[in-house]
Design a protein around this ligand. Structure first.
Ligand SMILES: [Zn+2]
Length: 270
């Protein structure tokens, strides 16, 4: 354990910290609609490109539904929400596809490409329910949460590489134990709390989008209630999950509701 001097052990970590400092100061700083500033791992053009690539991969793999009342509803809700993103959605090229799949899921890729699975439609139930989940997913994209997560992962990876060099003289087993502990610390201490913050922000911004688009924000509460029932009550405890527990989410939504209802009352779409 003491074969290396403190200096030899500390040097790779020092270099890693310097690299992280460089990454930190050279990264774009972006302020999202929730008012929080963060460093981005990608620029908007790269996000657009990556989003489009993943979208095309999904469409190649999956069977899409392009006509009929369900596809129509999905397109209408997406169109109204896209308009409601306003300046936050500037530069986005919005598109939506309905995919035939039992998965209870929907997501929006960086740059604005949206995928909705038919499995979520019975849970969404109404256009307002659908607007809740789509607004939430679109908010993740306009707030550029993916890009922020990538920046954090890059920094974590750099630090772990530094630590690995620092431990280079130790046995494989020792290295694996220490790296595992640091990796878990980063996961629970840094990446997951950020994930929960992203969820709360997406809820808040998404609620504003749906209200602006003329969908009653009160419906968001019943949607998340249905969503938690669809999960069969098997959600992991909040600490272990990036998703806030059902009760926390509903409570936060209730607090945001009065402001959202005001926006809804002024919406031209009603
Ligand atoms: Zn989310």
């Amino acid at each position: 354990m003491n074969r290396r001097s403190i200096f030899t052990r500390a040097l790779p970590i020092g270099i890693a910290l310097l690299v992280i400092a460089f990454q930190f100061f050279s990264a774009e700083k972006f302020t999202n609609e929730a008012g929080r500033s963060a460093h981005m791992g990608l620029n908007p053009q790269q996000e657009q490109q990556l989003g489009l690539q993943s979208y095309q991969q999904v469409l190649q793999r999956e069977q899409t539904i392009d006509s009929g009342p369900e596809a129509e509803m999905v397109r209408t809700v997406a169109g109204r929400l896209a308009q409601a993103t306003g300046t936050a959605g500037k530069g986005f090229e919005w598109a939506v596809s309905l995919v035939r799949s039992p998965q209870v899921n929907a997501f929006c890729l960086p740059g604005g490409k949206i995928v909705v699975y038919t499995g979520i439609l019975p849970v969404a139930k109404t256009p307002a329910g659908l607007a809740t989940v789509m607004g939430h997913e679109m908010a993740h994209a306009t707030a550029r949460h993916g890009s922020e997560r990538l920046f954090q992962q890059k920094a974590t990876q750099t630090l772990l590489t530094g630590v690995q060099y620092s431990l280079g003289d130790m046995s494989y087993e020792q290295q694996r134990m220490i790296m595992g502990a640091i990796g878990a610390g980063a996961q629970y201490g840094i990446l997951m709390p950020f994930g929960r913050e992203h969820e709360s922000e997406a809820d808040a911004i998404g609620l504003t989008y749906m209200a602006r688009a003329g969908y009653d924000p009160r419906e968001a509460v019943s949607f998340w209630e249905r969503m938690s029932q669809a999960g069969g009550g098997k959600a992991p405890p909040e600490f272990l999950s990036t998703h806030p527990s059902h009760d926390t989410r509903i409570q936060q939504l209730q607090e945001m509701l009065p402001q959202a209802i005001e926006i809804y009352n002024q919406s031209a779409h009603r």
